[in-house]
Design a protein around this ligand. Sequence first.
Ligand code: SF4
Ligand code: SF4
Length: 271
Amino acid sequence: MELKDQILKWCAEQEIPLVGFAPAARWDEPLFLPWVPDEFRPRAIVPETATVIVLGLPVSLPVVETAPSIHYHELYRTVNTLLDMHGYRLSAWLTREGHPSTWIPRDGYGSIAILKENPVAFFSHRHAALLAGLGTFGVNNTLLTREFGPRVRFVSIFTSAALPPDPLITEPLCTRCMRCVKACPVRALLAKDYPDGLTDKRACALRSEALFKRSISPCGLCIRVCPVGEDRKRYGRTDMAIYDEEDDRFSRYHQAWKHVQAYGGRKTSSP
Ligand code: SF4
Ligand code: SF4
């Protein structure tokens, strides 16, 4: 069996739904400007890299709908842990098989306080997922996927193995509905396509910090309302009026979300 097929088989056994392969050379052909600076590219970080393998795990829509909440907080932590475990194990297996590989953690920062000072990580998994053909950028600055819209998190593995690349998605998945812009409580999003409309990362980080102090970070409101993603059909959430608090047809859902939000987190961010 070819190495790529072996990797896909392993991912299927781990129930990883999104897997993409991007040649490291793709980082040297900017798709738009501003592009990934030289020192943030895979071969600048690990010079032997030939291919970047990107794995994606979803955050389930009914849990994101309760955000911000302890439920989403715990889901986020669990998905992050799984991503790091899968990334570590796959890179270790590839290395044992004779293809030196390096796992890149799904988050590249130590705390929200650090993120406020310097709001970038040493490597962007969103750009890696784009270049691995898993999705396209949305107005909310996340990577939208066909399967889960923006409700997905990624991890990357740099490998010295030259593997067949996956094609890029050429048509934008974002419908430009601007629901994300309207949903943001701190106006961190501009009603413009990425990268013309870059998130106000400081405003977003400040909100995240306040929610963290209440044990209910991250925020998630801009990914909650995004209409893109097959997961909406799976969960029966195609009528976007469900997020209109005034629409009595969905009051059962609104009550359920309020119930979850009322427990497990501090009411205020004061100590
Ligand atoms: S995560 Fe929250 S604060 Fe940040 S951009 Fe999205 S809605 Fe705004
Ligand atoms: S909510 Fe609408 S505008 Fe925002 S990313 Fe999703 S599709 Fe694009």
